[in-house]
Design a protein around this ligand. Sequence first.
Ligand code: GRF
Length: 191
Amino acid sequence: MALSIGYNKIKTAVFISGTGSNLKSLIKFSKLKNSPISITLIISDNSKAKGLNFGKIFKIRKKIINFKNKNFAEKKVQIELERNQINLICLAGFMKIISKNFIKNFKGKILNIHPSLLPKYKGLNTHQRAIANKEKFSGCTVHYVTSKLDSGKIILQKKVRIIKNETKTSLAKKILKQEHKLYPEAILKIF
Ligand code: GRF
């Protein structure tokens, strides 16, 4: 596998709140020679996020920012982004909704991964809702972030089949596996 040290790559910040399995897959992808990004900052709103460990393992700068006061938090995020010359934000399981103003300042440079086939099942509890509605398929979507929740332009999607007796846990697991491939593919598609 060809590795690259990351000069001239797009400096990317990944925002997380929890496990960070998408963060891990993005970090691995960023180290490939053909990857256009290098991940130089991890932002978490949750000091207990398991994903923060990947910052330690891969020696990436981490910043925990308390979002109780969103305005103040976003100002702090903005400072970090400038300090680290960030040009792309990948939301990966980040559970806070970012403000219109913040998005405006970073227009066209924020991506998100969502565990459904958007425009279906925006918001939370996607797997439960897809199963309850007897969908035959669900999946995941990488899209640009705009001020309307989970509604920005779709970059790429992957479909998975919902089988008989599927549970929200089994479906989440299946979709997550596809998410780990989809995010890098979507980044390759746009850069
Ligand atoms: C993923 O399913 C993502 O689509 C959703 O939250 C989950 C995060 O998982 N927004 P992880 O933290 O990347 O493991």
